[in-house]
Design a protein around this ligand. Structure first.
Ligand code: SF4
Length: 223
């Protein structure tokens, strides 16, 4: 059993229902289960410059977000996720994200979610070993961190990163490979004007095993 973050069983920043905005499942309705905490940055601005991952734009600190909280059992958390699914039918999909969800996610929680009918996906930085019963692994390596995963469904690399060029990950088995342009995307520049997007397009055209990944949820301005 993995050591749990903050001494409780599961610490959840927020939980919400939306559309997957990027990658192979773009457009698919999903519950986003955001775990608190990450091993590559504390989440505090004063630590950003010294962090391994320095371009994070996600608030994963604490349990105070929408439908966040501490959950003492896998059953309780699976019930919480299930209550946010709008209709009690099929196509249930939950994306475990963070922070780094691999710090807390365990086989028991995945099993409880599956018992509720969910397909279980994870978005991970790949620096921790994962439970074996996850249905869909999306790996997004960050900076110089050592990647422990060798086989994933989807490899999604923020591009460009000086210490994480695409060539570094050529030996990782992945069904599909995406470059996700590293954009500030604060509204001051449109996505097709950014240098990162143009660089990603150029790279994909020269290396067609890679595909361009756009963050459609940001383009559409949805959660
Ligand atoms: S690994 Fe992911 S969650 Fe952690 S700091 Fe980097 S972008 Fe943020």
């Amino acid at each position: 059993m993995k050591e749990k973050f903050l001494g409780t069983m599961y610490s959840i920043k927020e939980t919400f229902y939306s559309l997957q905005g990027e990658g192979a499942h773009t457009g698919r309705p999903a519950i986003f289960l955001r775990f608190a905490g990450c091993n590559l940055w504390s989440g505090r601005e004063q630590d950003r410059e010294s962090a391994i991952c320095r371009f994070c734009d996600t608030d994963f600190v604490g349990v105070d977000g929408q439908n966040g909280g501490k959950f003492s059992t896998a059953t309780e958390l699976a019930e919480h996720v299930n209550n946010l699914w709008p209709i009690d039918t099929c196509f249930k999909y939950v994306i475990c994200t963070g922070g780094e969800p691999g710090l807390q996610l365990d086989e028991e929680l995945i099993e409880k979610l599956k018992q509720k009918g969910f397909e279980v996906a994870i978005e991970t930085n790949g620096t921790v070993q994962l439970p074996s019963n996850i249905d869909w692994i999306c790996l997004s390596p960050k900076g110089s961190s050592e990647v422990l995963l060798s086989k994933v469904n989807e490899l999604k690399l923020v591009f460009p990163q000086d210490d994480a060029p695409p060539e570094r990950f050529k030996d990782i088995q992945a069904d599909v490979r995406y470059l996700s342009p590293k954009n500030p995307f604060d509204g001051s520049i449109s996505i097709n004007q950014s240098e990162a997007t143009q660089a990603a397009i150029t790279y994909c055209l020269k290396n067609p095993q890679w595909r361009l990944c756009l963050q459609t949820h940001k383009i559409l301005n949805i959660d």
